[in-house]
Each structure stands twice: as C-alpha cells, then as structure tokens.
Design a protein around this ligand. Structure first.
Ligand code: WTA
Length: 678
C-alpha cells in the first residue's frame, strides 16, 4: 500500500497537543462603540436564510443598478452573486465618500526612512490621482474592460492608486508581491495574458534603496519565453524628482509615469458600471503543482463581503485610523488595506519597510504618531517584534481598541504577549482564518460578541457554515475536538469564481474531494475544501492546524513544495529534490531542502549555495531554505515516490516511524546522520 505523504501530518500532530485555553473578554468600552453587538446576526445568517442573508452585506455598497438574483447556481460550482446588479469598486471606495469625507485622509503612507515626511492622501486627492491615472491607462495604454494588467510594486501610495484606476475601468488587475523575483512575475504575466506591466523604480528596505525596476526586465523576458509579449512597462518613481534605479529604461517599451501623467491633468473618467460578476482582480497563489493559480475574484460579491467583514469583524468606523501591516501584494492587503477599509471611508495606513527598522520601537512610534486605533498583522511579525523588543510597546503612548492576527496559527504564548503588551490589555483581538481564495474571513470571533481564546480562530463568521470531514468523507462530530479536513458547506459572496483559465483545476482542487454529485446545480452538493486541517471544540471554536496539501506556510506566505523543487532542478547537477517544512521559532515554517546529484557529479562546486540562489531567482528571497542537504539517495517507496514524511521527521527531529516498507530503508539512517549527526 502506498504510504500517505502529507507534510502536514506532523503539523497536525504537534498542534493537537495544545491544551484548551481560557477565555479573555473584550472591554466594556470596546463593546459600547462596536459595530456589531447583536447576537441575532447569526440567526439572520443561518442556513435557513441562505443565500438571501447576504443582502445585508450587499446593501452596504452603492449599486449603479440593483441586482435581482442573490445567488445563481446554474454553473455550479462557479457561483454568481448579485446577478443583474451593476457596480464599480473604485466608485465605492472613493466617489461615494466625497460629499462627507472629501478632506479626510484615505491613505497615510509612512516611508521607511524616518526623516522623510508621511504622505497623506485625502479622499479628494485619491479621487484626482485615480482618475488621472485611469485616463492614462485608457488613452495611452489602450486598456479597457476585461483586459488584464500585471502590477509588480512595493508598498507605495501609487499601488492602491493603480489598483483603483484599473477597477474604475473594469481592467482586471493582477498584483504580484513586490518581493517576488522577476521570473515569478513573468510567469504570472504570461498566465494572465497581460500586455502591460506596471512597476516602480525602487523602494526602501532595512535602510537600503533597492532596485526594483531590474526585475521588470527579467519578467518581460520570461513572459515572452512563455508566449506573452509585454508592449508597455509603466514605471512609477519612488522619488518624484529622480529615477532611483540603475537599470536603464528600454526605449519604446518603458515609460516613466510622471512624464506621461502631465497630459492627463484634470481628466475625469466615469466609473464603469460593471456586471456584479465581472472579475475585479486575479491573485496568484501556490498550490500542489508547480504552477501558481490565478484566483479570480468578482467585483460585486467580493466588495460586499470585504465591506461587511471589515465593518463587523475589523470593527472599522469612518473615524478610525486603521493600520494593517501586511503587504498589499497579498490577499490580506487587497481585502483589508485597500478595498474593505476604503469602502468604509476609513483612514488606511501603509508602511513601506521593515517593522523593526531602524529599531524595535518603530512600529509603536508610528502607532503613537498617527494615533492608530486598529492594528492588524501576522503571527510571524508578532514573534519578530517580540523577539526584537519585548518591552518596547509600553514606552509609547498609543491605544489600540482592536487587533487582528492572520495567516497562520498563533501560539497561545505569543497571543498573550500580543494581548498584554502590544494591546496593553485593552484591545479586543480577532484571529482570522481565511485564504486568498476566500476573499475574506471564514472564522473569527465577532469582537464585541464572543470572548477570545488564544490559539483558536473562533467560530465561523456570519453566513459561513463549516463542517469537518475525515479522510473517508465521514463527518467528524461537531464539537468533538477531533482533527479532520475543514470544509465550508455553502458558497459566500467573497469566494473566488474560478482559477483563471483553468476551471477544471478549480473544480478538482476545491470541490472534487467532498462533492456529492458532480452534475448537481444545488450548492448543498458542493462543500468547499480549503486544504486545511482543523478541530472544533465544544464551544464551537475552530483551531486551524495547518495545510494538508503540499503547501508550506513560511512567515505567513504560501509556498508550494513543487515550486521550490522545480527551482532546485534548475541547477544542472541536481537529479532529485525534495522540500519539507522545518518548524521555526520566528517564521513558523521554513523550507529545508534535500537534493541528490546526478551520477558522476561530485560536489566540488558549492551546490548548496547554487540551489539557494536558484530558488531566489525562481521565487524570491522569502523562499530561501534554511539548509540544503546533499544526500546519496532519497528514501523512497517501492513505487519510487520520495517519502517526504521521513525527511520531514529527520529535519524536525521527530519520530521517523516505521520505514521497513521502503524500497531503500538503509538510506534513512545515512540521511539522519547527515542532518542530525551521530
Ligand atoms: C493559513 C492568508 C491559522 C491556512 C489570509 C490557510 C491560518 C492559509 C490563519 C492561507 C489563521 C490563514 N490561523 N492558519 N488565522 N489564516 N491561515 O492564501 O493554512 O496566503 O489555508 O491567505 O494560511 O494563506 P493565504
């Protein structure tokens, strides 16, 4: 029998040994001002009222034309929400706020160099900048509704300006995280079929001005190799008065936005009224195969869902100063820096650089200066801030009413530091579980309604109805505390519509596993499988245990083991490569790499460094492995499959288990000695 190769077996085993934690309660001041204090919301959003309940979220938006059908399931499992409706995301994030909030800060950009002033962009200024850039995209770049554009930019106000300008025209944006390599960007350009790339010359990171434009040249070359010609590269500038890159501009292809924009001064572009199910954006994410998946999100459903969850889970009011420290290049930034907060007319803070630069007090100084009252970050950052400056927060006079953690399970001990020290015991915390695919939160406490429990995401949010299945498709009893694969029984408006250009992969990856009838048009037959293991405690709180597929969550970033392995194979000498997740104190997980070499290739060259370099080129610095081990052979099943589970146990120093059924059991001890010593 083939042994199962789930990396997460280990993760789940570790996590299940966590004990039950005590509750913490939100303060009465928090409850008094909260947007949602009525427990009846769960009745309104019960399965009995599905799908009509989501009207409540859709009604938070301004529709150009109201919709007639809440949910159309005729093309199951590609769900269509708010059919018949016409809407524009840029209008909802900007224009509709002008009467009441024209002069209010929409975005405050904090540059990494501390002597540079903050850039405060009012709603009026955002309106002007988005309109002018939309005119440029339309007239100069020739873009129109349905075209795709790849945006490879660091944290800068020009990034949300660019996204909102695309949204205004109905152009589908695909933002690629700025830290990704040019090659990774090029593959995404090709997959999405973008003929325009929007980038920036440079940005600051840890005190250095990095050349970002150089990645554009690599991206365009890789895209071309994959059959996609990029006609225009639009380059924003980090400093208005100079070009901050050493990489030359290519004549007839590269254009400085600042030169072009002059022609569009004062131009206004009507926000195009788009059918609710038009795509708003693509966001690429890692999966089990080497090829990243372009998750396609709709304008109507997505905007309704991020606006509703920003209001009730993030508790955002227009008068709040909200700071999410994620990068806009990830889904958290799309939903909860740009679209959700701006739809609610909040002030959204963006920070350019490293949270501990130039010293571990930096984040708290920013919070003090701007009087941030809602703070949002990931466990990996919390662990880093705690390690670098465990006693820094009390030195600064800021007060958070609300804090979020997202992206990976948080250790209860780290949670308590976040609560006591960062939150000064005052802030309500939400631990939000969700994914790129889901558009918005799936599980979280509603901060004024539920107590918090360290390490648990909490119950499902309104309108989300989870169910846990075991490997055989049997339902794990509710509240049993037993681990299984968590699924969502019903569709919701924030869910992605499909994988760009690959509907079959969408169905196979997310629905095939627990689908009851492939021909059914009834949503009840199509539970959504996110790829995470979870337990549900008696109180209905879910604890997320980690991925059950070949995805590693490194510092909150999803990396596919197959993507890493194929990068290793770019080194000529490497015959086979296997990647496992090594538990790491700060980053949660980091990749550990095992390679075997082609016969006759001795290790004279520094293969370890070459493998690391290959990964950096293919994906980016975030994916650099902790170790690269050159092994004489991989432990394999009789059918020749590499036993990643064994390698993972060796890396993590956990029980290797029975290896006698392997084709080459003797190799296990050799590899173990190589890694762990005698
Ligand atoms: C993991 C990030 C535990 C999970 C928003 C999921 C979490 C993957 C949590 C998605 C959480 C996200 N607790 N695990 N609160 N939030 N995850 O697509 O494994 O970058 O499937 O979206 O992160 O990562 P993605």
């Amino acid at each position: 029998m083939e042994e199962k190769e789930l990396v997460a077996v280990n993760e789940a085993e570790i996590a299940v040994h966590w004990q039950e934690e005590e509750y913490f309660h939100p303060s009465s001041q928090f409850v008094a001002q909260a947007n949602m204090t009525d427990a009846a919301i769960f009745k309104r959003f019960s399965l009995d009222n599905f799908p009509e309940c989501f009207k409540e979220y859709a009604d938070l938006l301004s529709w150009k034309q109201y919709w007639h059908t809440t949910l159309d399931t005729s093309d199951a499992p590609c769900w269509k929400w708010f059919v018949g409706g016409k809407i524009n995301a840029s209008y909802n994030c900007i224009d509709r706020h002008l009467d009441a909030h024209k002069n209010k800060a929409a975005i405050i950009f904090v540059p990494e160099p501390e002597d540079e002033p903050h850039e405060v962009v009012s709603y009026q200024e955002l309106y002007v900048r988005v309109n002018e850039f939309a005119a440029l995209l339309q007239d100069f770049a020739g873009l129109k509704r349905g075209d795709r554009v790849t945006i490879h930019m660091p944290m800068a106000t020009e990034l949300p300006v660019t996204m909102l300008a695309c949204a205004r025209l109905g152009v589908i944006h695909s933002v690629v995280f700025g830290g990704f390599s040019g090659q990774a960007c090029g593959e995404r350009i090709a997959d999405s079929g973008s003929r325009v790339l929007i980038t920036m010359d440079g940005y600051y990171r840890s005190g250095k001005l990095l050349d970002h434009k150089e990645k554009a040249d690599a991206a365009v070359a890789v895209a071309l190799k994959e059959g996609q010609q990029v006609d225009k590269v639009l380059v924003w500038q980090r400093h208005r008065d100079k070009y901050a890159s050493d990489t030359p501009m290519v004549d007839g292809r590269d254009y400085l936005v600042s030169d072009l924009l002059k022609q569009y001064r004062g131009r206004r572009i009507d926000a195009v009224a788009l059918p609710a199910e038009d795509p708003l954006f693509l966001m690429y994410t890692s999966g089990t195969t080497g090829r990243p998946k372009g998750c396609q999100h709709s304008v109507g459903g997505y905007m309704a869902y991020v606006t509703g969850t920003s209001k009730y889970i993030q508790d955002i009011h227009p008068e709040d100063v909200y700071w999410c420290m994620a990068d806009i290049g990830w889904i958290t930034g799309h939903s909860y820096i740009v679209y959700g907060p701006l739809s609610l007319a909040a002030t959204s803070v963006m920070y350019e650089g490293v949270p501990t630069y130039p010293d571990p007090g930096r984040a708290w100084r920013i919070a003090e200066q701007l009087d941030v009252n809602i703070f949002h970050t990931a466990p990996t950052t919390i662990r880093m801030l705690r390690k670098a400056g465990p006693d820094e927060p009390p030195k600064y006079n800021y007060h958070f009413k609300h804090m979020t953690t997202v992206g990976e399970p948080i250790e209860p001990e780290v949670w308590r530091w976040y609560h006591e020290v960062v939150g000064k015991g005052e802030a309500a915390i939400v631990d939000t579980w969700w994914q790129t695919e889901t558009g918005g939160f799936l599980c979280s406490t509603i901060p004024a309604l539920h107590p918090m429990k360290p390490g648990s995401a909490g119950p499902a949010v309104p309108g989300i109805h989870p169910i846990i299945y075991d490997e055989d498709g049997e339902v794990v009893p509710t509240g049993s505390g037993k681990a299984g694969n968590i699924c969502i029984q019903n569709p919701w408006p924030g869910a992605f519509q499909t994988i760009w250009g690959d509907r079959q992969r969408y169905v196979d990856t997310y629905y095939a596993r627990y689908c009851k009838d492939r021909n059914s048009k009834d949503w009840r037959d199509w539970p959504y499988f996110p790829g995470d293991a979870a337990t549900e405690a008696k109180d209905g709180y879910f604890r997320i245990l980690g991925r059950v597929d070949d995805v590693i969550n490194v510092a909150g970033h999803r990396l596919g083991t197959k993507e890493l392995e194929s990068a290793c194979l770019m080194v000529n000498e490497v015959a086979e490569a296997s990647v496992v997740a090594l538990a790491d104190e700060l980053r949660g997980r980091v990749p550990d790499i095992y390679v075997s070499l082609k016969p006759g290739h001795d290790t004279g060259r520094n293969i370890e460094e070459e493998v690391s370099k290959a990964i950096e080129i293919a994906i980016g610095k975030i994916a650099r492995p902790r170790h690269v081990y050159i092994v004489p052979d991989m432990p394999k099943t009789r059918s020749g499959k590499i036993m990643r589970r064994v390698l993972s146990a060796i890396s993590n120093g956990t029980d290797i288990g029975d290896v006698t059924t392997l084709a080459n059991p003797e190799i296990v001890e050799d590899v173990r000695k190589l890694v762990q010593g005698e």
